[in-house]
Design a protein around this ligand. Structure first.
Ligand code: ZN
Length: 87
């Protein structure tokens, strides 16, 4: 679930093998458009596949980072505020 397709849905070009480098460079703060150019992903259909997966990954990361805070929020907001102040 949520993995990058091996091929572009629209044109059938191979994109899956480019994802790893793309993701790594995006996380390192590089410009997405520039990385796609470097990887030779020039068609918009292919670019949008990789770009949309960055957003998916970001959403997923949010859920991995948040769970502890969410639990506290349900049990009592005061507790959560105390924890934030300690930081
Ligand atoms: Zn394509």
């Amino acid at each position: 679930m949520g993995m990058v397709p091996v091929r572009c849905f629209s044109c059938g070009a191979l994109v899956g093998h480019k994802w790893e480098e793309f993701e790594r460079r995006i996380k390192a703060g590089e410009d997405a458009g520039k990385v796609l150019d470097d990887l030779g992903v020039r068609r918009y259909c292919c670019r949008s596949i990789l770009l949309s997966h960055v957003e998916v990954i970001d959403d997923v990361l949010k859920y991995f980072i948040k769970p502890m805070g969410d639990k506290r929020e349900r049990e009592g907001e005061r507790e959560e505020e105390n924890e934030r102040e300690r930081e």
